[in-house]
Write a protein that binds this ligand. Structure first.
Ligand code: 9MR
Ligand code: 9MR
Length: 575
């Protein structure tokens, strides 16, 4: 195997040396465009087969630096004929601004400095403030992204699918605040719970780091970490989504149809809370229990912990009474009016939600009945955390808190096996990443739901073992998101040279400002291309190139809280 690979590389180098001018002119160089720390691994990928001895590094003055990039490999795409040259220039440690050059081709400029990812980390958290609903976003915090209050949500109607004793159809309730879910203006419990859950987990693991992050948000002057203040804004909204009569939680707060690409203040459609669901209610129970534990004795929110604990227990009891009340929008629309066509977050299996909820209630109360239920729903394998697969959020707790030795041991073995398996693919990968080497890795939201989610898994593996290879893998996935990838985009708005300018995000489109709101992660390459109907023309059908920076592309270029949350969880932990 090894010898063959060396042979292949040698002949490839020879061949390309002959063809240099031609290859050079068509080559493109992909690199993390945001920044690298002085002593981290530094890698770039050149499209095509390149002669590495002709790759140069130039500094800001255009002077060639005395560090020669080295060949890592010629990598072949696992699903196409494309070949790419992966080069290593880790020896460049001097802080500064640089570019790689190969023939006529130059890479985007990049920076080497200490704390290179600090700004993007802050921006990814601050984005949650910018997408708050139900309050004016003020200039002193948001600069040009300030906007007046929209969607007060103080007169929301109970949809006929959601009636209960004391709340007949059409009852007016107040459910203000929280974050807009994504490119659309609705607020969904399943996704809110996941977003807070993964960020609270990261907060617990990286407390000192998050405590030091100042975001300049309205709560910045209190004693609580700004991240926790930001999460509280959405937690408070979530509490209003529980029916006080029975503890069930409405699946979402929504307009019947998606609004147009207009500003919040111009939105006039009536909003409703719709059907309570088992999955939303269990996710709510989980995250309220987790938050009750983490905000316990928080002086800025003295009543919250008690309230959240009570809400979590009530929700859990409701779910016990309604174990199969799944959210099925089409079926609901046959029975109730108005019909609803917005996001579904549909999920017909609540085993993972049971596991997460029981786990969090156990760690909050230490009551053995919850541990028994967690045991009963113990997942058979660990998988990348996503809104539809939340068991891993519970797994993280069993791994990091002294608890059940047997379960913790099984999860540890499974987590390390998962991480070792993906790390093994790095050594042949086109972009020197553990994720993205399988065509199935590319789907709706994959930058978060695969690259960042796997990165978070690697962070937990690092936490458990202190083995640096896991930390290295987590950072490699970050660098994919920041530009070392097949399209060459830095996928976080406001960052990079080749940046996303037209996300599927109503406020960013309608606010009249040329740039989108900063700090938002795009969904990313998605060969499903489910939005083709709207006349979009993707540049490629390749899994890793199925991306278009077009406002109409909700299947590849939308933004969403669960995606930013997973990015934050990853950035908060990478070194
Ligand atoms: O804007 C909507 C986005 O938030 C959703 O993720 C997406 C898929 O459900 O739908 C978007 O709305 C589109 C709708 O589905 C079809 N008509 C065009 C809408 C705006 O592009
Ligand atoms: O993230 C969701 C993805 O897994 C689904 O495939 C997709 C289509 O149902 O919907 C995504 O969630 C969208 C939600 O339904 C509405 N708000 C925008 C979300 C991100 O596109």
């Amino acid at each position: 195997m090894k010898n063959k690979q060396v042979m292949k590389i040698k002949s490839a180098v020879l061949l390309s040396a002959l063809m240099l001018p031609c290859v050079g002119a068509s080559a493109q160089i992909r690199v993390n465009q945001v920044g690298m720390n002085p002593h981290q691994e530094k890698v770039a990928t050149i499209e095509g087969v390149a002669d590495v001895s002709h790759v140069k590094i130039v500094d800001a003055k255009g002077k060639t630096v005395n560090v020669q990039p080295k060949m890592l490999r010629i990598a072949k795409s696992p699903w196409s004929d494309k070949e790419r040259t992966v080069v290593d220039f880790s020896e460049l440690t001097q802080p500064g601004r640089y570019m790689l050059k190969y023939g006529k081709q130059t890479s985007p400029a990049f920076t080497i400095q200490e704390n290179a990812l600090e700004d993007v980390t802050k921006a990814a958290i601050k984005a949650f403030y910018l997408i708050r609903s139900g309050m004016p976003i003020e200039k002193q915090y948001a600069g040009k992204f300030a906007r007046p209050l929209g969607h007060p949500d103080t007169k929301v109607l109970v949809h006929p699918s959601a009636v209960s004793e004391g709340r007949p159809a059409g009852t007016v309730i107040s459910s203000p605040g929280g974050w807009y879910d994504a490119g659309d203006y609705n607020k969904y419990i399943v996704n809110s719970a996941f977003s807070i859950g993964i960020m609270l987990g990261s907060y617990e693991m990286n407390k000192a780091r998050f405590d030091a992050i100042k975001l300049n948000i309205p709560e910045s002057n209190n004693r609580t970490a700004d991240l926790l203040d930001e999460l509280m804004y959405n937690l408070k909204w979530m509490l209003t989504m529980q029916d006080p009569a029975d503890g069930g939680v409405y699946h979402k707060l929504t307009t019947p149809n998606f609004e147009g690409f207009i500003m919040p203040t111009d939105c006039k459609q009536q909003r409703y809370v719709v059907q309570k669901s088992t999955t939303a209610t269990l996710d709510f129970a989980a995250v309220m229990a987790q938050a009750a534990r983490i905000y316990r004795q928080n002086a800025d929110y003295p009543d919250f912990s008690r309230q959240a604990e009570e809400a979590a227990k009530k929700a859990y009891e409701w779910a016990k009474q309604h174990p199969r009340q799944f959210y099925e929008q089409d079926r609901m629309n046959k029975e109730f009016q108005p019909a609803v066509s917005t996001g579904t977050y549909g999920d017909g299996n609540a085993d993972d939600e049971w596991f997460w909820a029981a786990t969090e209630l156990y760690f909050l109360t230490k009551d053995g009945q919850y541990a028994d239920v967690a045991k009963q729903y113990q997942p058979r394998y660990v998988s990348t955390p996503t809104w539809g697969m939340v068991s891993t959020l519970g797994v993280f707790d069993w791994l990091t808190h002294e608890a059940n030795a047997e379960m913790s041991k099984q999860f540890r073995t499974q987590l390390l096996a998962f991480c070792d398996r993906i790390l093994a693919t790095t050594t042949t990968s086109c972009f020197q990443t553990p994720s993205g080497n399988n065509p199935r890795d590319y789907a709706w939201g994959c930058l978060a739901e695969k690259f960042c989610g796997d990165g978070v898994m690697l962070l937990y593996a690092h936490q458990l073992t202190k083995d640096k290879k896991y930390m290295k893998g987590a950072l490699q996935n970050v660098e994919y998101v920041l530009g070392r990838n097949a399209t060459g985009y830095c996928y976080v708005t406001g960052f990079g040279t080749k940046r996303v300018m037209h996300p599927h995000h109503r406020v960013s489109e309608a606010d009249g400002i040329a740039e989108p709101m900063p700090g938002l992660l795009a969904g990313g390459p998605n060969p499903g291309q489910q939005d083709l109907g709207s006349g979009l023309k993707y540049p490629s059908k390749q899994p890793d190139e199925s991306f278009i920076d077009d406002m109409g592309s909700y299947a590849s270029n939308e933004i969403a809280i669960n995606w930013n949350a997973t990015l934050v969880a990853l950035l908060g932990g990478v070194e």
